[in-house]
Design a protein around this ligand. Structure first.
Ligand SMILES: *Cc1c(COP(=O)(O)O)cnc(C)c1O
Length: 386
């Protein structure tokens, strides 16, 4: 199969030589029945783990009725989850698409269209070094990391890059054309870097003062990942637009933006659309995820197990950072995160990396302390040889 993969698939991923057959809770099983504890969850996607009874049931039942019908018609679960998202955030309206990049693409287009409608020549968006916003041309331009942009020039016009957690660097970039800032409140791909509370507050106030939209990429941090439904709720702010994807469908592809009413209204019929966006299958899945994440005690578990995970990781003596169940551990320069990831895999633990030297832990949000103990034991065996 690996030979065929190399022959028939684009070689744009550094795939690891594992074939997983099924999953249950926080565990995956390979073809030989070997068990792996999954602390990566399909890159912060499988919020409810594998084969969650309610999610599996809802998807199967919906598949037997209608999978897809297009946005030419009303789709009940789409309306229901828009209501949940709106009522549990800042009360805006919701647009659905299929991925994180698409959500950010919609966010960027909405920012431009909003100021176009206001007849203001504002279109520049400030993003941050170390950010990750996606792989489409506009979102890879928003992604302020040269390694993702190399070879794709000319990039999209209208993006400026500030230093993360450095308010002066933002002030220097602002002019009369600045339309929005787009920020991850915990940078994911960039190394699991949380934003400073003080910085966010100053950035937010600066945006209010200069009439700049404050937009948040919650593709990774959203839907309970950081211990609140949205990461912005850890801060004393109210964004104008947030983007969502990864955890929202529990593994079924879905993305979304939530925007304040006065901004959302710029997307009049014909301005923006998505064929698959918010279809029956994906919104039925997202409805289960949202109901679970908002159920009693669910986010308490994320916070408690997240704290527990951080405490345990600190015993390795390396810097540990993150919010809720989005946790990173910085290794010394001479230890490659990828090496550790591979060795942990051999021992039945799946973890992620962010950059060269950071291990990333983004397990299913249903993970227990006991499972964290198992992960730490395996990680000890791997790291202690260094
Ligand atoms: C993963 C990610 C994206 C891109 O999502 P895709 O679904 O891969 O397009 C965008 N922003 C952030 C913060 C992400 O973590």
């Amino acid at each position: 199969m690996i030979e065929e993969a190399n022959k028939y698939l684009f070689q744009n991923y550094g795939r690891l030589e594992y074939f997983f057959e099924k999953g249950e809770g926080c565990y995956l099983f390979d073809e030989k029945g070997k068990k792996y504890l999954d602390m990566l969850s399909g890159i912060a996607v499988n919020a409810l783990g594998y084969n969650h009874p309610k999610l599996t049931k809802a998807i199967c039942e919906q598949a037997s009725k209608i999978i897809h019908i297009s946005n030419l018609f009303y789709i009940k679960p789409q309306i229901e989850i828009a209501k949940i998202l709106s009522e549990n955030s800042f009360g805006g309206k919701v647009f659905f698409c299929n991925s994180g990049a698409e959500a950010n693409e919609a966010l960027i287009k909405l920012v431009r269209r909003y100021f176009y409608d206001k007849k203001e020549n504002k279109y520049k968006i400030i993003t941050f070094e170390g950010s990750f916003h996606g792989r489409t041309l506009a979102t890879v331009t928003a992604t302020a990391q040269p390694k993702y942009q190399e070879g794709f020039y000319p990039l999209v016009e209208g993006f400026k890059y500030a230093k993360f957690n450095d308010i002066e660097s933002v002030k220097k970039l602002i002019n009369e054309k600045t339309a929005a800032v787009l920020i991850e409140l915990v940078q994911g791909e960039g190394g699991v870097n949380p934003a400073d509370k003080e910085f966010v507050k100053e950035l937010y106030n600066l945006c209010k003062e200069k009439e700049i939209l404050f937009t948040v990429d919650e593709v990774q941090t959203g839907i309970g990942r950081t211990g609140k439904l949205f990461a912005y709720q850890h801060f004393d702010i109210q964004p104008d637009i947030v983007s969502l994807a990864k955890g929202l469908g529990g593994g079924v592809p879905i993305g979304a933006i939530v925007a304040k009413d006065e901004i959302a209204k710029s997307f009049i019929p014909g301005t923006h659309a998505s064929t698959f966006g918010g279809n029956y299958l994906s919104t039925v899945a997202a409805k289960v995820v949202l109901e679970e994440v908002l159920s009693d005690g669910f986010l308490d578990n994320v916070n408690q197990v997240g704290e527990y995970l951080k405490e345990k990781l600190k015993t390795f003596g390396f810097p540990v950072k993150g919010l809720g169940l989005m946790v990173g551990m910085d290794l010394p320069k001479e230890i490659s995160a990828k090496e550790i990831m591979k060795k942990a895999l051999e021992k039945g633990l799946i973890i992620g990396t962010a950059g060269e030297n950071t291990l990333r832990f983004v397990p299913p949000l249903i993970i227990t302390k006991k499972e964290v103990d198992t992960a730490i034991e395996i990680l000890k065996e791997v790291i202690d040889v260094y």
